[in-house]
Design a protein around this ligand. Structure first.
Ligand SMILES: [Zn+2]
Ligand SMILES: [Zn+2]
Length: 425
């Protein structure tokens, strides 16, 4: 019995060394496939919650690797489960898979010519945030790890729809995936995600511990005044002037009351509606905007102060105002312990000099819903050609958005390294 055990242990150790050598070669060999997949998805983009063909191609690939595959999670999401050779922890890797209603203007040969109707308007469809690269990278990681499954534990590949937001009236994205049990059966111990950056040099990784991307909350303010003739404002209550005072007041919550050396915070009013013509003071106005925070105490402070200030300002001018603030998307919060533990994996994958500690971003990312449930780490990889100046790189969500594909393999390398290190030997 003892002898058999020893033989098994030796066989496993030897096999592991052999597997590691293969791993390096397999990662190198997967690059043309990853680029080919990326181009396929780029040419065939699908909007949030409509990623039917995208999901099918992903599921077919995972099935071909012999994984257990769940489809239709959060509408079009796909989950692949890859078991290692021994029991152990469960690690999840996540890629978002949706495109945007943007008409592509690049001249790449795999340019998207897809058009569709979105909210009543005819538009082009484009992977203008780079989620096509995320899918291709994760499909590559799946293939590499399926071939080299000499690790303890389980890897869960989560392909998530609707990161950019479900169409009005629909649920979707990471929140719905969590609700539908994406992190259960088997229960995930830690989750990792990445985003390609059109403004980050190819070959570089950027990360930030703690609050890395902001919480985003939509708010609606309704101001009620009293309608009157524009020539005699004293006979009514002008909700437009009151709106101006409210907008002004909101900015002081940021500039005078928020501890800005701790983290950044933003309140923006993006839409004001009210009134019909030049000489009528209207009955009411509506203000819609967004709050961005990187710290939950600051979020609480800003939310509370808005709820106090908005009705109080209105009252000071004899008007009434209500404010409703949505729960919104949480902070993309990189668990401090997990970040520290993952940093060596990033450095091993791309070299210490290429791993850059960055500032927080006031954009939001629904990966945060996963991070609310389990420790998670989210980072950025470079997609900007080295000969393009940062200021010349087209931003995400724009028609000229462009990614240097030579950066993709770095995503495969990094995810693979993270999995091996996290699951251990
Ligand atoms: Zn985006
Ligand atoms: Zn994105």
């Amino acid at each position: 019995m003892k002898r058999i055990l020893i033989t098994v242990v030796i066989a496993l150790t030897v096999n592991f060394g052999w597997a590691q050598k293969n791993l390096k070669k397999d990662i190198e060999n997967i690059e043309p496939k990853v680029i080919e997949w990326r181009r396929h998805f780029h040419e065939n983009p699908e909007l949030s919650n409509r990623e039917f063909n995208t999901a099918k191609k992903i599921a077919d690939h995972l099935k071909s690797l012999g994984m257990t595959v769940k489809t239709g999670v959060a509408k079009t999401g796909v989950i692949g489960i890859l078991k290692g050779r021994k029991p152990g922890k469960v690690v999840a890797l996540r890629a978002d898979i949706d495109a945007l209603p943007v008409t592509e203007r690049t001249d790449v040969p795999f340019k998207s010519n897809v058009t569709t109707e979105f909210l009543g308007t005819q538009t082009g469809v484009m992977h203008a945030c780079g989620h096509d690269t995320h899918i291709a990278i994760l499909m590559g990681v799946a293939e590499v790890l399926a071939k080299n499954n000499n690790f303890p534990g389980t890897v869960k590949f989560i392909f998530q729809p609707a990161e950019e937001g479900a169409p009005p009236g629909e649920e979707g994205g990471a929140e719905l995936m969590v609700k539908e049990g994406a992190l259960e059966n088997p229960k995930v111990d830690a989750i990792f995600g990445l985003h390609i950056g059109a403004g980050i040099d190819v070959g570089k990784i950027q990360y930030k511990p703690g609050g890395a991307m902001a919480a985003a909350q939509r708010f609606v303010i309704n101001v009620k005044g009293k309608q009157t003739h524009g020539s005699s404002p004293w006979s009514g209550v002008d909700p437009i002037v009151v709106s101006a005072k409210i907008i002004d007041g909101l900015q002081t919550i940021i500039s005078r009351e928020s501890p800005l050396t701790q983290e950044a915070a933003v309140i923006s009013v993006g839409k004001i509606s009210g009134g019909t013509r030049n000489n009528i003071i209207p009955e009411s106005t509506e203000l819609i905007g967004t709050i961005r925070t990187l710290d939950y105490n600051m979020q609480k402070l800003i939310n509370n102060r808005m709820k106090e200030m908005v009705p109080a300002i209105a009252k000071a001018y004899n008007a009434e105002a209500t404010v409703s603030i949505a729960k919104g998307v949480p902070i993309t919060y990189n668990n401090l312990e997990l970040t520290a533990k993952t940093l060596p994996s990033l450095e091993k994958a791309v070299g210490k000099e290429n791993v850059i500690l960055s500032k927080a971003i006031t954009g939001a990312e629904d990966f945060s819903f996963f991070q609310q449930q389990v420790p998670g780490f989210y980072f950025f990889i470079g997609g900007k050609p080295l000969d393009t100046k940062t200021e010349d790189a087209a931003p995400h969500h724009t028609p000229d958005f462009y990614i240097d594909e030579s950066g993709l393999i770095l995503g495969v390398k990094t995810f693979t390294q993270i999995v091996y290190d996290y699951l251990g030997k």
